[in-house]
Design a protein around this ligand. Sequence first.
Ligand SMILES: *Cc1c(COP(=O)(O)O)cnc(C)c1O
Length: 387
Amino acid sequence: MSDQYQHRAARSFETLAIHAGQEADPLTGAVVPPIYQVSTFKQDGVGGLRGGYEYSRSANPTRTALEENLAALEGGRRGLAFASGLAAEDCLLRSLLVPGDHVVIPNDAYGGTFRLFAKVVERWGVEWSVADSSDPAAVRGALRPRTKMVWVETPSNPLLGITDIAAVAEIAHTAGARLVVDNTFASPYLQQPLALGADVVVHSMTKYMGGHSDVVGGALVVNDDALGEELAFHQNAMGAIAGPFDSWLVLRGLKTLAVRMDRHTANAERVVELLASHPKVSHVYYPGLAEHPGHDIAAKQMRAHGGMVSFRVAGGEQAAVDVCNRAELFTLGESLGGVESLIEHPGRMTHASVAGSALEVPADLVRLSVGIEAVEDLLADLSAALG
Ligand SMILES: *Cc1c(COP(=O)(O)O)cnc(C)c1O
C-alpha cells in the first residue's frame, strides 16, 4: 500500500468525494480539474511524455481525476471510467471470460445486463445461468466447474432484492470464481462491496454518481493491481472510454453524492410510509421496511437504504400504467438516481427486454426514483396519481 493510498484511506467519504484525484491544477491553480478537451499531447522529443499523456483514449487528465476519485470512493486501488455502464460491463466480460466459461447472473438483474449476456456474450460461447442471489444456497447450487464469475446487483433493479455480499463472495471464491457487484443503486456512499469481499464493482455513473440526469457513464473499480492493469489494457484496446466533458460532469456530481443520498433516503422513507398504508397499493418493495426479506442484511452492509422504491398496484397492470401516466411531478421516464423524481412501468419500459425470461417482472409493478424535491410536494403528487 503506497503512502498516498494510506493518506487517502484515512479521510472520510465526503472529503474524498471533493478532493481525491483533484489536486489544484499545477499550471494555473484551478481548484477543480479542467476539462482537457483534447485528443493528443505534444511530446518533448520522441517518447518524452508530460505526465504520461500521449493520446486521450489511453489516458486523459480529466478522466484520470475521475478514475482516482472512483477508486478512493469505493476503497479500491484502481478505477476505470467508460462511456456507459454497459460499456464498462462489456469491457469486464471480454477481459476476463473466454468461450466455455460460465457466469451466474441474478434473477433480478438490470435488463440491459441480462440482454448483454443473453443476446451478445452468449454468441461468443460464454454460458450463463440464473440464480436468486438473495439466497446464497441458490448461488452455490448454480456453480459449474467452469464458473468464472458470479454477478450480483444489490439492491437489485427493480425489485430491491438484497444479496449478502460477504456470503456470496465466500461461495464464489471457494469455487475459484470472481464476485462482481453492480453497486449502481446503492452508490459507494451507501455500500462498499470491495470491503465485503467483492472483486469488481460495476457502476452506471449515469445514475446516482452523476446524479443530475445529464450524463451517461460507467465505471469499474477493483482492489487488485494486476486485475486493474488487465482491465486498463482492455479499456484502451476496446476504446469505450468516458470523454473529458462526461468525466468532468461525473466529478461534479460526486462532490454532492453524500448529501444527495441522505436526502434521497429521507424522502424515500416518507414515500414508503405513504405507499405502505395506501389501499390501492398491494405491496411495497424497500429494504428499509422491517418485513423486507433482506432487511437485516441491508442493515449489516448498507449505511442507509437509498432512494429507489417499487410497488404493486392492487388494480393490476392497467391501473399501474394509469398511475404512471397520472403522475406530474414524478416525471414519466426511464433511468434513475437524478435529483428529480421519476416514475416508470418496468414491465413495459426498462424491463421490456426480459419479458418471457426468468427475469420477468410483475405486470402491476411501478418503480420510483425518489428525488430530492420537497417531500410534501412528492407525497401530494403520488396521492393524486394513485387516485
Ligand atoms: C442503468 C444501469 C446499468 C447500465 O448503465 P448505462 O449507463 O445505462 O449503460 C447497469 N446496471 C444498473 C443497475 C443500472 O441501473
